[in-house]
Design a protein around this ligand. Structure first.
Ligand code: G6Q
Length: 531
């Protein structure tokens, strides 16, 4: 393949050479959309690389797949479902048809109901069972029904209603629920139980714990009506739990868990930042959707980022991608992206059911800057592995404090510069470092980075940023010919634990069929669990 031959040439080229060769490289290898500026010049690419990568995108049918997704076709083949998170942010006058039904009116009907409810909670019209104002919102969910809301709340905390507190409970570890609620007054607490299926062990267990906690204080089962709402696609299970469907906010099977933070799963976000800001976030998502759908691939941010990820993954054999936001509010963004990227593209079978003979999704990880600089950046700068990094920064801070924002951004720009250009042995020696120490103090550089720069962290920017990664994931998955929208590995975990629970709870021998390691561990756990 032409890209293989091209890679053989590129692998010997240093970023220093690429920049020396073209004084306008920094301006040329950049693109902008929906308020996000992407500088991808510090990557191992030339015009020829891009031409070849874009050709791969064409050959793999990326155009057709994008169009199929926006048309509501069932591109989640293994679950036979449409993939329509883009419909969640479609304006009212758009038409997106699934199985003969335009889904846009239903999306807006739910958004309107959410807005009414969110407003009632925010302004104190919705009161607890004893008449007290709701001051605390606890969202219970896990995976796709948790990571998005947590990330969005943290990211947009600046815009949140400050006289309310927002907590998130996900882990079945009782510590999570206990710590989240220990200082809360049940009379002032609203639980939002978020579960697409409403059968997930962790969420249902925590929801029952919440119910007990609430009723223990409020006494009357009627109180549930004032202190619990549900977000789900499964009205039957919601009713069984004891939440009236009039207090349920729905969504649809064409919204994947990890693509659902802008559906009703985002109810806690809407209560925190208000309906207007929530709609602004949806506008940001939509602006990036439109960019992705309509812009030629050579200027298309998600396509470019997706192709770069493929380039490093499949040619440079990079195993991971680091995401490094220089913005404290985005501290949970890497965790959110881990699910989005790794649950989507952690697949080893093609859409046709064959085992792949190439690498698919890389490991995503990261921490906010500048903290990471004082820990793992060492390996990024001087380790033996190639780790492409996405740096994310904003020109304006939401919290001006002296000149701290300049300090923050100086660090971001300096890191990407150092990673690309390094410091040669000669430069180090010229600075007076003795010969024996110079190898330790020199930096090869040539480490690739993307820089994403936006004006200011707003609900719109956050929406655009998330959509950017969502569509980059689709781009990568299309080239690898995998289903980015199923998650059979997660389903396996759900089934396995269910089978084992009784074995831990009763005193009999572990059931036959376990390996010797697992049965020994079960026996040991049972022996010591009573303390
Ligand atoms: C996401 C996954 C998974 C899911 C959770 C929670 O894409 O499917 O993370 O979101 O397992 O599932 P429920 O929302 O059904 O409780």
């Amino acid at each position: 393949m032409a890209l293989d031959a091209h890679y053989q040439k590129m692998r010997h080229l240093h970023l220093r050479q690429l920049f020396a060769h073209d004084s306008r490289r920094g301006e040329r290898f950049a693109a902008e959309a929906a308020g996000i500026y992407l500088d991808y010049s510090k990557n191992h690419v030339t015009d020829e690389t891009l031409r070849l990568l874009l050709q791969v995108a064409e050959d793999c049918g990326l155009r057709e797949r994008i169009d199929a997704m926006f048309r509501g076709e069932k591109i989640n083949a293994t679950e036979q479902r449409a993939v329509l998170h883009v419909a969640l942010r479609a304006p009212k006058d758009e038409r997106i048809v699934v199985d003969g039904v335009d889904v846009v009116p239903a999306v807006h009907a739910v958004l309107d109901r959410m807005a009414t409810f969110a407003q009632q909670v925010r302004d104190g019209q919705w009161r607890g069972y004893t008449g007290k104002r709701i001051r605390h919102v606890v969202s219970i969910g896990i995976g796709g029904s948790d990571l998005g809301p947590v990330m969005a709340y943290e990211a947009l905390r600046y815009y949140s209603q400050r006289d309310m507190s927002f907590r998130f409970v996900s882990n079945v570890d009782g510590t999570d629920f206990t710590e989240a609620t220990r200082d809360l007054d049940p009379e002032e607490t609203l639980f939002i139980v978020c579960s697409k299926t409403f059968t997930t062990l962790e969420t249902l267990t925590n929801a029952h714990a919440a119910r007990t906690w609430c009723l223990h204080r409020l006494g009357d089962a009627q109180a549930v009506r004032k202190h619990f709402v549900a977000v789900s696609t499964n009205s039957e299970e919601v009713t069984k739990f004891g939440i009236d469907t009039s207090q349920m906010f729905g969504f649809w099977d064409w919204v994947g868990g990890r693509y659902s933070m802008d559906s009703a799963i985002g109810l806690s976000t809407m209560i925190a930042i208000g309906p207007e800001n929530f709609r602004a976030m949806l506008d940001g998502f939509h602006a990036m959707d439109e960019h992705f759908r309509t812009t030629p691939f050579e200027r298309n941010l998600p396509v470019l980022m997706g192709l770069l990820a493929v380039w490093y993954n499949n040619f440079f054999e990079a195993q991971t991608v680091a995401v490094l936001p220089y913005e404290q509010y985005l501290k949970r963004f890497p965790a959110y992206l881990q699910q989005l990227t790794m649950e989507s593209n952690g697949k080893h079978v093609t859409l046709d059911g064959d085992r792949v003979d190439y690498q698919t999704g890389p490991v995503y990880w990261g921490e906010p800057g500048t903290n990471g600089q004082h820990s793992f950046y060492q390996l990024v700068h001087q380790g033996t592995r190639l780790i492409p990094c996405d740096f994310i920064g904003f020109c304006q801070t939401l919290n001006p404090l002296g000149h701290q924002h300049d300090l923050l951004m100086a660090n971001l720009f300096a890191q990407t510069e150092a990673l690309a250009f390094g410091k040669t042995l000669d430069e180090v020696k010229a600075g007076g470092t003795p010969d024996w120490l110079a190898p330790h103090r020199s930096f090869e550089g040539n480490r690739p980075t993307n820089t994403l720069l936006a004006e200011r962290l707003t609900p719109e920017t956050l929406g655009a940023l998330v959509a950017l990664y969502e569509h980059s994931v689709l781009t990568q998955g299309t080239i690898w010919n995998i289903d980015s929208f199923d998650q059979w590995g997660v389903e396996l975990g759900k089934a396995l634990a269910q089978r084992m629970i009784p074995e831990l709870e009763n005193a009999d021998e572990p059931l036959p069929g376990h390996d010797s390691s697992t049965s020994t561990l079960i026996r040991r756990y049972r022996r010591f669990k009573a303390g």
